[in-house]
Write a protein that binds this ligand. Structure first.
Ligand code: FAD
Length: 401
């Protein structure tokens, strides 16, 4: 190909697409190219998530997540409305699932109020009116009435279509292979592309791409599998919106939750199971034998160090692929749920969770690292879908482009 571009983006997930969109707003006459290894946008995390536009209430005030989540959520909501995409305001309840967690719930409530997030502290009676099946351990819960759900694939397809109209070139089936930093060139399937500035938004492979640029050497991505179940309509259970447990805020994951999907289906999940492949969605699909040793090594190091209670986490969450263990977690939120109400869903997602190899901890916040003429988005975990429009502005500001 031997082509030249002002900006080159690796990855056509929500982050790469949102960054391209923002670049076209800031530099309308510039040439923007996206390299995507799949045949369409959103084949990975962006098209396989719960589709919840999070409020931002869970994130520590000094975090990037807190800075961009609610702003990004509002921007994405506006985007969906403007472009007539599927969106529904369903609201979310957050339930304490352990006794003596009243103070954590109340702190979250105060934090939400302070940050202008629409949130109500409700008692059990009010909870039953909103979500009749939901159960609180402390007699209180939080209700976030404004929370919306969207359809990930629809959103990324819309953004990609809009980008093409604005002259952005998206090359599908074109994986990034290697980089020549001196020449400011990357190789993709034998073709060379010269770039002015490069953004790495390669999701679960962002660490690998970054390492080619000598960036993020002390970080590696660990994949965590998110399995979902569908709650059968014959269960007669009524879920009106989103039912979440009060999470352990030291951990980057929100646990199994109930989601009413846009098609009316009730989904439970996703799990957080360490996966032995970055794209191992099921069976042999996506299993890469070369990846297994390094994934196993990183898992063992985290297990040995046991920061953030990693061992307990692995034993608790790692076995949720067993239906009874999944049910155990889901039925805490909805006690009337019976195991036979759950049918395995074909929907599976993989979380691209970054590990700090020096501290042996899971990185909880988004992480951006700069290289020479390049910026690498290394930890675009949840709520990166919600945050994408605001987060991409922050990425470009930090990159000075
Ligand atoms: C199960 C699950 C549920 C979630 N629920 C929510 C939710 O409800 N709300 C929310 O806000 N967030 C949620 N998230 C998180 C959210 O989906 C992700 O944070 C977000 O989609 C990340 O976007 P991304 O563009 O970084 O990654 P991706 O969507 O994975 O995109 C990365 C792209 O890079 C491409 N790529 C990789 N390597 C290369 C290469 N070498 N060359 C070229 N292209 C390459 C990939 O093919 C892919 O298309 C969830 C995630 C999961 C897994």
């Amino acid at each position: 190909m031997g082509m030249k571009t002002d900006f080159l983006i690796i990855g056509a997930g929500i982050i790469g697409l949102a960054a391209a969109r923002e670049l076209k707003i800031r530099h309308p006459d510039s040439k923007v190219v996206i390299l995507e290894k799949e045949d369409m946008p959103g084949r990975h995390a962006s098209g396989r998530n719960s589709g919840v536009l999070h409020s931002g209430i869970f994130y520590a005030e000094d975090s990037i997540k807190a800075k961009v989540c609610s702003q990004g959520g509002r921007a994405l909501q506006d985007y969906c409305l403007t472009h007539h995409l599927s969106i529904q305001k369903v609201g979310k309840v957050i339930l304490p699932i352990e006794e003596n967690t009243d103070s954590i719930l109340r702190n979250l409530y105060e934090r939400g109020k302070k940050n202008g997030i629409p949130v109500n502290l409700i008692d059990e009676k009010e909870l039953k009116k909103i979500e009749p099946e939901a159960c609180t351990r402390t007699g209180e819960a939080l209700h976030l009435p404004e929370v919306c759900i969207v359809e990930g694939v629809e959103v990324v397809n819309q953004i990609a279509g809009e980008l093409i109209q604005k002259g952005v070139e998206i090359y599908y089936n074109q994986p990034f292979v290697s980089a020549d930093l001196k020449k400011k060139q990357v190789k993709s399937k034998g073709d060379q592309i010269s770039y002015g500035y490069l953004l790495n938004a390669a999701g679960v492979y962002a660490d690998k791409v970054a390492h080619s640029f000598r960036v993020g050497r002390f970080y590696a991505i660990l994949p965590f599998k998110g399995l979902y179940y569908s709650v059968l309509p014959s269960s007669g259970l009524k879920v009106n919106g989103l039912i979440y447990a009060l999470p352990n805020l030291k951990f980057p994951f929100l646990g199994i939750h109930f989601t009413k999907r846009l098609n009316g289906e009730i989904a439970a999940g996703p799990t957080i199971i360490p996966a032995f492949g970055r794209e191992s969605y099921g069976g042999l699909q996506g299993i890469n034998l070369f990846e297994i040793p390094s994934i196993a090594r990183h898992l063992l190091s985290l297990y040995a160090a046991d920061h953030q209670n990693f061992r307990a986490f692995v034993w608790k969450e790692g076995l949720r692929f067993i239906k009874t263990r999944f049910y155990e977690s889901a039925s805490v939120l909805v006690p009337a749920l019976k195991i036979e109400h759950l049918a395995k869903s074909s929907k599976v997602g993989i979380r691209a969770q970054l590990v700090n190899l020096q501290t042996l901890q899971l990185v909880t916040d988004f992480l951006i690292e700069k290289g020479e003429n390049s910026t690498h988005i290394l930890n675009a975990v949840s709520p990166a879908f919600t945050s994408a429009f605001a987060f991409s502005k922050l990425v470009l500001d930090q990159a000075g482009i």
